[in-house]
Design a protein around this ligand. Structure first.
Ligand code: 0L1
Ligand code: MG
Length: 259
């Protein structure tokens, strides 16, 4: 049997040392999706044992473009921890990362518990308290940002930082599938997209998470939970000195600086 805890320690060490490592699937050819989630579970436990707290869920690979690029047809999920949180206009420090990339997302804050099976995006909207823009910084712990799907699940879906927007919106303020997003870095347009790229509507991504957790007997998602729904834009590689400004149509800007 695989040493799931040992593999989780291997990934946590890579994150702490900011040193990319070989994919688990290179060493274990039969590494499956469910094994990836077992490593992820150990990784979450280890972080909690070391004093960290989970502050949000995240969905990943929720756009058709990214699914096609990775040749998969199912999104994945992971967790955001307390030390990963940053705010609009914050600075991040390049030395804290291996090879960070940024992608524009929309996040939901639940006003009521939600639970699968068969939950829909419409039902999610009914139980949502707030919606906000957020930029996710992903930083794979694997060499060259290359991996198989079970590897990236084990690596907590490359979760690294989130720059949260500072304006909250009501779930019926906008059609959340029609938000145009454009990401400018140092004055140059680097990525753009529409929020419908996320499973037709980011609310569907929240519903899918609840349905996936139900299938895996991981329970409901509680009132007050925060969920990042997945990239609207492609993920753009960051470098020292970058000033990232992302404009969300009708929802304002989220920005940060890389020191
Ligand atoms: O948040 C994401 O969509 C990332 C999921 C993992 C894939 C990647 O690291 O590019
Ligand atoms: Mg993401």
């Amino acid at each position: 049997m695989l040493d799931y805890r040992g593999l989780a320690e291997y990934l946590i060490k890579a994150e702490k040392q900011k040193q990319a490592v070989f994919c688990i699937s290179k060493q274990h050819a039969d590494f499956t999706l469910s094994m990836g989630y077992k490593v992820q579970k150990e990784l979450v436990k280890l972080k909690i044992e070391s004093g960290h707290k989970v502050t949000a869920y995240k969905m990943g690979i929720t756009s058709q473009a990214k699914m096609k690029q990775m040749n998969i047809n199912v999104p994945i999920y992971g967790y955001i921890f307390d030390y990963m949180n940053a705010q609009d206009k914050d600075q991040i420090v390049m030395e804290d990362f291996i090879h960070p990339k940024v992608e524009a997302e929309i996040a939901f804050i639940l006003g009521e518990d939600i639970e699968g099976p068969g939950l829909t995006g419409e039902q999610v909207l009914e139980k949502t308290q707030w919606v906000l823009p957020a930029l996710e910084i992903i930083d794979s712990r694997y060499e060259n940002f290359r991996f198989q799907l079970p590897d990236v699940i084990a690596d907590n879906t490359s979760a690294s930082r989130v720059i949260w927007g500072n304006q909250l919106f009501h779930p019926y303020d906008f059609a959340f599938d029609l938000i145009g997003v454009s990401m400018t870095i140092n004055g140059e347009l680097r990525a753009s997209g529409k929020s419908s790229a996320v499973l037709g509507n980011p609310a569907n991504s929240v519903a899918m998470l609840a349905n996936m957790l139900y299938e895996e007997e991981k329970g409901k998602i509680k009132k007050g939970s925060v969920i990042l729904t997945g990239g609207i834009t492609e993920a753009v590689l960051l470098k020292k000195g970058d000033h990232v400004i992302t404009a969300y149509e009708g929802m304002g800007d989220v920005s940060f600086h890389v020191q």
